[in-house]
Design a binder for this molecule. Structure first.
Ligand code: UDP
Length: 330
């Protein structure tokens, strides 16, 4: 298959490009490089540097590369920033996605796999969370993803656009080879921050609340390894191309979670020295437990995550950060 991977130079996109090529597919990437890195891509991948807010450039890329399917990762992803700069998030994530959808139906009407997020659910009592749980996003970021999911479905109904939506839980880890990994301009994620702390780039780890209704009082999250998530995209796009499971939404997670303390204990073991920890107040908007019901993707697509051991997940993240303390900048 020939694929156009939009946002393919980012963290999840670049791992997916790699897994797509390993599965024998031909890949071109469209990315504005606002947070992605050309260095995260194999040197021989065609990279179109363009923005989804430029509809003509998007159409030109589809016409030039004639893909059989599109995988769409391109988005701004910081929850806190989305609350401070909603206009930027709606414009970039919703208008950008609309331009892509319009370009697809006008040029080739090929299948689309879309990156969504568990943030569309907001705080929910459902444990684990099934795909049909109520959706009440608590951030502009989550709202932009839900709006895009709904636009995609409308394009399916009106224009026959085949699609799969993947809702990610807590994406983490890095390529086992240690050469690509998470390198965001601002880091907020637990495992990444712990690795930065272990490298001496931060003084200590804050635990945001230990009075939650969980066994050790800290929040529980479903940590899915980026390479397993990349494999989920390969499965999804191959199924769509074969005309299977069209217009389906899948949670992508392990189906079980780890607490903040369990994650920090695993980091201590991998790094070999304990990080300084400090208890801090709860972070606004953090639900106690977010765990995927991933049974649909397991049943429909045969999703079978390889990284289920927390120590192994953390080890891949640590290998990447230790070898690239300043991300792709060196
Ligand atoms: N967390 C923490 N200290 C940090 C960063 C995160 O205690 O320095 C907690 C956070 O409150 C949440 C969990 O770790 O309960 C996962 O947070 P992260 O930002 O990685 O992902 P989220 O679940 O918010 O998408």
């Amino acid at each position: 298959m020939k694929l156009l991977v939009v946002g393919g130079a980012g963290y999840i996109g670049s791992h997916t490009v790699r897994q797509l090529r390993a599965a024998g597919h031909e890949v071109a990437v469209l990315d504005n490089l606002s947070s992605g890195h050309a260095g995260a891509l194999p040197a021989d991948v065609a990279l179109v540097r363009a923005d989804l807010l430029d509809p003509e450039a998007v159409k030109a890329a589809l016409n030039a590369h004639q893909p059989d399917a599109v995988i769409h990762f391109a988005a701004l992803i910081e929850v806190g920033e989305s609350m401070r700069a909603p206009g930027r998030y709606y414009r970039n994530n919703v208008t950008g996605s609309l331009n892509l959808l319009q370009a697809i139906v006008e040029t080739r009407k090929i299948p689309l796999v879309f990156s969504s997020t568990a943030a569309v659910y907001g705080t929910t009592d459902a444990v684990p969370i099934p795909e049909d749980a109520a959706m009440q996003p608590e951030s502009v970021y989550g709202e932009t993803k839900l709006m895009t999911e709904r636009m995609i479905h409308a394009f399916h109904v009106a224009h026959g656009l085949p699609y799969t939506v993947l809702r990610y839980f807590n994406v983490c880890g890095a390529s086992p080879a240690g050469d690509i990994g998470e390198a965001h301009p601002s880091q907020t994620h637990l495992i990444e921050l712990a690795c930065m702390t272990a490298l001496g780039q931060r003084e200590k780890m804050m635990i945001f609340g230990d009075d939650y209704p969980t066994p050790d009082g800290t929040c529980i999250r479903d940590y899915v390894h980026v390479q397993d998530l990349a494999d989920a995209h390969v499965l999804a796009v191959e199924a769509l191309h074969a005309g299977q499971n069209v217009a389906t939404t899948y949670n992508v997670g392990l189906g079980h979670g780890f607490s903040v303390r369990e994650v920090l204990d695993a980091v201590d073991r991998v790094v070999g020295t304990p990080l300084t920890r400090e208890l801090a107040p709860r972070r606004a908007g953090d639900p106690p437990r977010l765990v995927a019901d991933a049974s649909r993707i397991v049943a429909d697509l045969g999703f079978s995550p390889r990284f289920t051991d927390l120590g192994e997940i953390v080890q891949t993240a640590w290998n990447w950060h230790k070898g690239h303390p300043h991300g792709f900048k060196q």
